[in-house]
Design a protein around this ligand. Sequence first.
Ligand code: ARG
Length: 472
Amino acid sequence: MKMWSGRFRQPLDSEFERWQRSFDFDRRLLRYELAASATHARALKNAGVLSADELISILQGLEQIGERAASEPSFLDDGEAEDVHHFVEKQLAALIGDAGYKLHSGRSRNEQIATDLRLFVRATIDHLRHDLGELCCTLIDRAERTGDAAMPAYTHLQKAEPVLVAHWLLAYVEMFLRDAGRLADCRKRLNVCPLGSGAVAGATLALDRGFMAETLGFHRPTANSIDATSDRDFALEFANVLSLVSLHLSRWAEETILFSSQEYGFLELPEAYSTGSSAMPQKKNPDLLELVRGKCGRILGNATALMVSVKSLPLAYNKDLQETQEPLFDSAATLLAMLPLVAGWIKSVEFHSERMNQVAQSGFMNAWAAATYLVRRGVPSRLAHERIGKAIQICVERNCELQDLPLHELQSVSPAFSQDFYDSLTLASVLEMHDVPGGTAPARVRQAIDAARKRIESLREEVHAHETHAHA
Ligand code: ARG
C-alpha cells in the first residue's frame, strides 16, 4: 500500500514513479530509521495510542527487519518501496499485519528523514574522528622514528630553512586535529532530536519529545517544528568540514608527489600502493596520492551541491531536500574509505634521509641563521640582512656556500664576523636556533610529539565515550 494514495484518482506515470523514488540510496539509513521508529512506537504506547501488545509486536517486527536486512541483502531489492520509510512500513505490515500501520500515527516522513540524517551524520562523525585520530597517530609514530633527521622547508616552493622531518610531519597532525575538532563542533550542534515535529507544525498526538530525544542519545528535542523539518545545516556543515579534510589531504598528496619525484628524491613510493605503466617499464607511479588529490574534487563538489540544493528553499519541507542525501553519503563514504589507506601509505613509505639531509644543507638554507649571527653581535637586522646578501652574491659567483668563504673575505663584508661564525652555520646549530614553542629545534619537536600524543589520547577518549553512549 502506498503511504498517500487516498486522494488520487489516477496512478502515477510509471517513469516518474521510478524516478522520484529514493530507496536506492536512502536504504543507507535503514538502521537509523528502525531506531527512530522504535522510539516513536514507545512514545505512542506512553501516549496511550498503542497497547502493550501492539508495541511489543511492532518492536519485534522492526528488529526482524533489521536482522533480515543484515543477513539477506536481496531483502532490500524492493521495486515498490518509495523510500526507506515506506519500506519499513510495508515490511512491518507484512510481518505483523494491520498493527504495523499504527506506527505512523502522529508522525510524518518529514521529521523522520530529518532525524535519520542527523543520526547518520552523528555516527559518521564518530567514525571519522576515530580514523583521523589513527591517521595522526601514524604520523606521530613516523615523526618519532625519524629522530633528528632534517629536510629542507620551502616558502614559495623555494628553499627556505632546514627543519626536522618530524616537524614537517607534525604540521599535518595539526591540520587533521583541527578537522577532528570541527567535526566535534558540528556534532554538538546537530545533536538535537526532530522527532515530534510532525510534518511542519508539530505532532498531532501528545508525544513525549524529551523521552524520544533522550532514548536516541540526543541532548534535547529541536525547538521549532518548522525549522526542524526543513533544516539541513548540519549536513551542510558536515560536508564543508569534509571539504577541509579532503583539502588537507590533497595538499599532503600534492607535496608528497613532488617529494617522490626523481628531482626531489626525498622518498621511495611504497610498492603496495603504487602501480606501473603499461608502456614504460621503468615507471612506479604514485596512484594512491593522485587519487587522494583527485577525490578532493568530488568532496568539494558535493559540499557545493548540497548548499545549492538548499539555497532559496522556502520553509519548510520541500522534496528538493531529498537531493541532499546522495552528495552527503558520497562524501562520507569517500573519506571513510580513504583515511585508513592514507595511514597505511604513511606507515610504508621510506624516507631517503641522507638525501633530505644533504639538501637541507645546501642552497643557503642557513642564510637567515647567518644574519641572526650578526644581529646577536649588535648589527641592526636590516643591515645584517644586507651584508649576508652581499656574501651570498660572492658565493653565487663562485658556486659555493657561506661556510666556504674564508674569514678575511667575510670580514671585508662586515667587521662583525669572527671565527665562531662557522659554528653557527652548521645544520645542527641552525636547527637549534629555532628554539621557541612550535619551532623546529629538536628539543621543541620532542615536546611537540609528546603534546600531540596527549591530544590524540583525549580524542580517543572522547570518541570512545560517544561510542559507548551511542543509541543508534
Ligand atoms: N524521501 C524523502 C526525503 O528524502 C522523505 C520525506 C518525504 N516527505 C514528503 N513529504 N514527501 O526527503
